[in-house]
Structures are given as structure tokens and as C-alpha cells.
Design a protein around this ligand. Sequence first.
Ligand code: T3D
Length: 320
Amino acid sequence: MSTAHDPEANRSANPGMHPGADPGSSPGAGDAPSGADPVLLVSQEGAVRVLTLNRPQALNAFTTPMLGQLRHALDDAAADTTVRAVLVTGAGRAFCAGQDLNDPYIKPEFEELPPGSSSTGTLAGQPETHRRAKPKDIGHLLDHYYIPLALRLRSMPVPTVCAVNGVAAGAGANIALGCDIVIAGRSASFIQAFSRIGLVPDCGGTWLLTRLVGRARALQLTLLGDKLPAEQAQQWGLIARCVADEELPAAAMALAQQLAGMPTRALVQTRAALDEAMDLELEDALRLEARLQSQMGFAHDYLEGTAAFLDKRKPNFKDR
Ligand code: T3D
């Protein structure tokens, strides 16, 4: 899988996602200064758009500019009709360690108080001081970055593959699991790290995990915050495939190329129908299938697919 530096990928992302903050330029901790490596690499192989998280020194932990750029890159892929599948992966030894805990957006800050005031900010391992945590609503980060990103991923007009090349923790795990097909290297792992730092799962974890592995295992993963090795994640049905580390790039690309050659619109409607059917009665699911099948039956790809079968040739699908 090759990656290329694309100046477009490093531009400012959607201003106005948060009052007074530009996700493409806000001061994310450890973010690349201008001229340094971009935090997201964008490249294309055939009809597959490859997005590579690129802060390996911090295990690709998400900064706000990086979140903005990832969302922008997904928007670009969605709008580009030459793209028929998206492959997301990470540079270095990790996929993504979740939210960068140094990011000023969420990092707790304290203010000194006059002696005698009651202190709320004394932390273990630090001298007793009179200080108070400054109020900071870290939920804004979800509202303005993670929710749009998770929804963008789930509504992509092309199939998505995630190649999990190492640890995927917190929001990093749930972004990976939000892709349509998740393939991981044997040494990769999944950690619902939220409870370790006093948070609840986010980025779709509560919705995804119960659906993927059931309530008991979802509770085990999220309450304990333990590391789930890739092989066990596959056995549990959390991810689709687990391969040898050295095989991951080629296997993930082959999967993405296979999907790119398939009838895109039918694949995307299949994802939507499966998601919707989780909350439907059988009869409603049957009627949804019939409605979608009607639409598919009028589309080019169905005519092409059946004609190619009957002509004993390879189909050339076009619909998106
Ligand atoms: O409201 C909101 O919006 C909050 C949103 C929250 C979403 C979330 O994702 S919350 C969960 C955040 N993530 C974590 O809590 C995971 C933190 N990281 C870890 O637990 C461990 O790093 C790992 C288990 C992922 C990997 O461990 P290991 O031993 O392989 O690597 P390491 O030595 O811990 O990390 C290597 C470097 O990456 C290290 O930096 P250094 O010391 O070499 O300069 C470490 O600090 C850095 N790093 C790893 N994760 C993060 C990080 N830096 C900032 N933020 C991180 N999340």
C-alpha cells in the first residue's frame, strides 16, 4: 500500500464546527508544524482512496486538526466519483491511540486559589495546593468533531475498509469499528480505554459494541478497558478478519479493490438496510428489502450484473 503526501489533505478543515475554533488550524498537541509531515496521508490506488493516520510518534492519537482533516478527506472521497472504496489505516506501530490527551481542547487545566480556599484540584502524586479545575466541557469535542466524523463514516456512499495495523484504543478503536469491514494484523489489539481515564465510551462505541458482540462482552470490554487481541476480536465477531502482520497491507488493499469492483450502490444500501433492520420487526425489514430491491432493479448495475452473468463475462459496474 503506498502513501503519498497530498497538500490538499493538510488544509484547514471545516471552519465553524466549533464556535471560535477552526478544526484545521486549532493548536492540537504535538501537531505537525508547517513543513513537517502531514498528520493525514491521502493517496489513491485505482479506485481505492487510502487515508493513513500519520502521527506515529504519538501512536496516531487524534488531535483536533487531524479529526477535521480526516472528516474532510472522507468528504472528498465521497464527492469524487472515481473513488469506489476507502481504506483507512495508521502509520507506524499503532492504528490510533484515541483522542490525544494533550490536546488543549480536552486537557484539564487548573487555576490557583488564595490560601484557605477549598481546593478541588489536588491530584495524586502532586503537592497539596489550593487550586480549582477550570470548567471545561469536553463534550464539545464530541459534538463538533467525533459525531460528524462517525456519521460521515457510516454514511459514506462507498464501502469502507479499516486495516488495523496495531493498537486501536478509545475513539481510535471505535472509528476502526465504524468501518464496513475491519481487518487487523495479528499483533493489533482493541482497547475501550475510556473507563481507564474516567470517561464513558464515545464515537459510537455504545451503539456498535452491543450490536457487534452483545451486551455481556460489550460490558466486559468497556467496564474493564482491557486489551482485546485481534485474534480474539475476530473470534468474538468484533472484526471480520485477522491476518499475519506482514500480510495486512496487501490483504486490506485486495479487499478494498474487490469492493471497489462491485456494485457500489447495492453495497451501500446493504449496509444501510442491515443497520436499519436491527431495530425493525421482521415484516418491516421484509418491506424495507422489497423497497430497496425495487430501486436496485431499475439501476444500471442490476441490468449489467444480470447481463454479464448471462453473457458469461465480467461485469462493469458503474452506479454510485
Ligand atoms: O469528550 C471527549 O471528547 C473526550 C474524547 C475521548 C475519546 C478517547 O479516545 S478517550 C481515550 C484516549 N486514549 C487513551 O486513553 C489511550 C492512551 N494510551 C494508552 O493507553 C497507551 O498508549 C496504549 C495502550 C494505546 C499503547 O501503549 P504502549 O505501551 O504501546 O505505548 P505508550 O508508551 O503508552 O505510548 C507511546 C507514545 O504515545 C507515548 O509518548 P512518549 O512517552 O513516547 O512521548 C504516549 O504518551 C503517546 N500516546 C499514546 N496514547 C496517547 C499518547 N499521547 C497522547 N494521547 C494519547 N491518547
